[in-house]
Design a protein around this ligand. Structure first.
Ligand code: GAR
Length: 191
């Protein structure tokens, strides 16, 4: 049986992407066959290179005003698209072409602390500001609205009143790194 193919989309540093690359390196049934990126020079491109994973960098026009990205993913036989710190809204044509085959990770417990502009430290500052005693991560399907697709799984961490946004970020990142690759592994085999 052919291996299931994952395309990882990332925009920046790519620590989650790297955990995913590590997890699937040498995997018998699943491979990361493409890293897609909207930012030339993003550090995630170097991480992909170290794992011998081909990269595909595209522009805003290509992504929103053509179907080249979807065409490429279809040609490569991608089974699942995994967003890992990808900061652009996924356009309608791509959501339609890969219905229920695009997932995202969000660094908070949706439906709280989601939506446009809610990414990275903005999220953790908002969590702190709200005096939350728990935060965590949400892994969810992607539709054409920020952070609103059906939730697949959530993982939580306890917060203390003295936790700064930076401490919250570290706790949440630990959850992401531990859990995202495993959730992908379980999900992709269903396709
Ligand atoms: C991760 O924390 C991910 O949850 C977040 O971006 C970070 C990327 O970090 N995504 C969002 O905020 C999406 N709204 P990384 O580049 O180190 O993996």
């Amino acid at each position: 049986m052919r291996k299931k193919k994952i395309a990882v989309f990332a925009s920046g540093s790519g620590t989650n992407a790297e955990k995913i690359f590590q997890h699937f390196k040498g995997h018998e049934q699943i491979e990361v066959s493409l890293l897609c990126c909207n930012k030339p020079g993003a550090y995630v491109l170097e991480r992909a290179q170290r794992f011998d994973i081909p990269s595909y960098v595209f522009s805003r026009n290509e992504f929103y005003d053509s179907t080249v990205v979807s065409d490429r993913l279809k040609t490569e036989g991608i089974d699942l698209i995994v967003l890992a710190g990808f900061m652009w809204l996924v356009p309608d044509y791509l959501v339609a072409d890969f219905e229920d085959r695009i997932i995202n990770i969000h660094p908070a417990l949706l439906p709280k602390f989601g939506g446009k502009g809610m990414y990275g430290m903005h999220v953790h500052k908002a969590v702190k500001q709200a005096g939350e005693t728990v935060s965590g991560i949400t892994i969810h399907f992607v539709n054409n609205r920020y952070d609103e697709g059906n939730i697949i799984e959530q993982f939580t961490c306890q917060l203390t009143p003295s936790d700064t946004p930076e401490v919250i970020a570290r706790k949440v990142q630990k959850l992401e790194h531990e859990n995202y690759p495993k959730v992908i592994d379980n999900l992709v085999l269903k396709y």
